[in-house]
Design a protein around this ligand. Structure first.
Ligand code: ATP
Length: 604
């Protein structure tokens, strides 16, 4: 089978100095400090005013970065959250509330959070264009409310008091840059956490996220809450900039234009937010200076957004990814061409997967089987996909689940792991019933699965993907060892440059990284050559002893099944037709009949 450009080194490589996150954050803070020191001194008043506008827009852009850039949600109402932040600041200003501007700013951000969560609730059931319509509807309703009710202080012309030493335009620019920097650093830290990484996964595949134990609902609501908070802060800053706001500052058109900029540029990276802020704020002035129609800016943003949607990645994503890919390719070339030199340079030590010494794995807590499924029956309308299936996976074993196409193997995995609800029968993991739990809760309890087709976010590195799968802090050395065990490239390599077969191995590694009680693997060898498939079989056979994880392996490759599984269960038309030691089962007439289609051999 031919494959796209493949990266799969035969050795494990311990990389060094590839991750630029710490250097990037420090560089960003240094740039912000420089901007604070230099800009107010050198910019003429008009440009200082424009720079404040750009900084405020950049803060709002950060909110798009969370919800659109990371979580991939089509949210069209961020300016409505900004309006809430502005309203709170203005209201507290009019009331002369204690604490002053900075406290009001914070309260404005917090006030937007419950509204963000409320708007996020429909996102638990709907997605894509439908969700865009819901958020658009909210933005339109908010527009109507703001237009019918003047912002506090508008009638009596009470302007917001900027606090000293930020009361001049130059000082206020410094404040905006500081707020942006604090938020950008905090969001970057969240982005590197499991929550932030899970947003990337949600964006590409909610079912994969659930299979990794990520609570899809909690993760999505957190994205809405955090993005609403940041937008609220942006709105409060706008109130401080203008002294007084009008509904037009938060109009629907604003939300749409910023949304298009966000899709195009990718404000989930600080440089994208800055660029987006500059575009959002300065574009109108540039158009005016060039004597071009104002709407042209919106058209350009829209066109850029369409291009970004087609490629699936924003401009900053692409730039960062290409840089990471170049560094990863160089590292892999060096390691393959000069393994010894690479080792001496500290970048890698060749470790053939088969040479890994066995780790000390704690004994299972229960003495019974790892997984016991009894009487599992699943119906899809008239189709009975599974009919009273019993299956047991002992501790520290690899059990095969085989059968012809349509026999019900994937349905078994889906039902056992909670992806198909409403089944009859029972599923017990180490003596505890899972029947009332959803997929992410079952995964968190120690029942992991992989899918026939992988959907891994290409912008993640292999190490980041393993961290999501592990569901815990995963030391780099442990991740590298796991990747080497499965014959995957080093952890800093981006998923975007590994082939489909390696992605399947990575998926298996991510399931094992969690050290679950049982991992249910759905055709992990699909897309592998015969030799790779056999090698995978040998690797899987060593997983129970090495990691303390039992495996249920769904496969069509009989050589792989024979090399890997001590026991096999055979399904045909949703029924178990044989179960027992692999060699005996594969020799059984009923099994041969099921595979060869000889109908007159009775089922056992
Ligand atoms: N969501 C669904 N809706 C309706 N029918 C379904 C659904 N999923 C599976 N089926 C049916 O259930 C039966 C079992 O399908 P399943 O995918 O579990 O088989 P399988 O053994 O995994 O096949 P394969 O080896 O081709 O992956 C098939 O008849 C299939 O058409």
């Amino acid at each position: 089978m031919t494959r796209p450009a493949m990266i799969r080194p035969p050795v494990a490589v311990r990389p060094r100095n590839l991750s630029p996150t710490v250097r990037g954050t420090a560089g960003g803070i240094a740039l912000a400090a420089l901007a604070c020191a230099v800009l107010p001194a050198v910019l003429p008043p008009y440009w200082t005013y424009l720079a404040i506008g750009a900084a405020v827009s950049a803060v709002v852009m950060l909110s798009y970065g969370v919800i659109v850039g990371r979580a991939g949600v089509m949210a069209l109402c961020q300016m409505s959250f900004a309006a809430i932040g502005a309203w709170v600041v203005l209201r507290l200003n009019v009331a002369g509330a204690p604490g002053g501007f900075l406290v009001w700013l914070l309260l404005g951000g917090l006030a937007a959070v419950p509204v963000g969560v409320a708007i996020g609730l429909p996102a638990l059931r709907i997605r894509g264009v439908n969700l865009a319509v819901v958020t658009f509807g909210f933005a339109v309703s908010a527009d109507i409310v703001w237009n019918g009710n003047p912002f506090p202080g508008a009638e009596e012309l009470t302007m917001v008091e900027r606090p000293a030493p930020f009361d001049t335009d130059g000082g206020y620019l410094v404040l905006c840059v500081l707020v942006f920097t604090v938020l950008a650093v905090a969001l970057a830290a969240i982005g590197r956490s499991r929550l932030g990484l899970s947003w990337y996964e949600l964006r590409h595949s909610e079912r994969s996220a659930a299979a990794h134990g990520v609570s899809v609902a909690r993760s999505k609501l957190a994205a809405f809450a955090i993005s609403a908070f940041v937008a609220g802060i942006g709105g409060g800053l706008l109130a401080g900039q203008l002294g007084m706001v009008v509904p037009g500052n938060f109009a629907m058109g604003q939300s749409l234009a910023l949304f298009a900029i966000a899709i195009m540029i990718g404000p989930h990276h600080p440089e994208g937010a800055v660029l987006g802020g500059i575009f959002g704020s300065v574009m109108a002035t540039v158009m005016e200076k060039l004597s071009l129609p104002q709407d042209l800016g919106g058209v350009l943003f829209g066109a850029g957004a369409l291009l970004a949607l087609r490629s699936g990645l924003s401009q900053t994503d692409l730039t960062r990814l290409r840089k990471r890919e170049r560094a990863a390719r160089k590292l892999l070339r060096d390691a393959e061409e000069h393994p010894r030199a690479a080792d001496e340079a500290g970048t890698g030590t060749p470790v053939p997967a088969d040479d890994h010494p066995p780790a000390t794995v704690p004994a299972p807590r229960s003495s019974g089987p790892a997984l016991v499924v009894k009487g599992l029956t699943v119906r899809f309308g008239e189709v009975v996909a599974l009919d009273g299936v019993d299956l047991t996976v002992p501790e520290r074993s690899v059990v095969g689940l085989i059968g012809p196409n349509g026999a019900g193997k994937s349905t078994f995995i889906a039902a056992a792991t909670g992806f198909v609800g409403g089944y009859e029968g029972s599923v017990e993991l180490r003596g505890r019933s899972l029947d009332r739990l959803g997929p992410s809760a079952r995964a968190a309890r120690g029942l992991r699965r992989t899918f026939q087709t992988t959907a891994i976010a290409p912008e993640l590195s292999l190490h980041e993907y393993l961290r999501i799968g592990a569901g815990r802090r995963l030391p780099r050395a442990e991740a590298e060892e796991l990747l080497a065990f499965f014959g995957c490239p080093p952890g800093d390599v981006p998923v975007s440059i590994v082939d489909a077969g390696t992605r399947k191995l990575l998926d298996v590694a991510a399931a094992i990284a969690a050290r679950p009680a049982v991992a249910l693997l759905d055709e992990p060898a699909a897309g592998q050559s015969a030799a790779e498939s056999l090698r995978l079989g040998r690797t899987l056979a060593r997983v129970p002893e090495r990691f303390g994880v039992s495996i249920l392996l769904v496969e069509h490759d009989m050589e792989l099944v024979q090399a890997t599984c001590g026991q096999v269960t055979v399904l045909d038309f949703g029924h178990v037709i044989a179960s027992g030691p692999t060699a005996e089962v594969l020799a059984a007439p009923a099994v041969r009949a099921a595979y060869l289609g000889t109908a007159d051999v009775p089922a056992s």
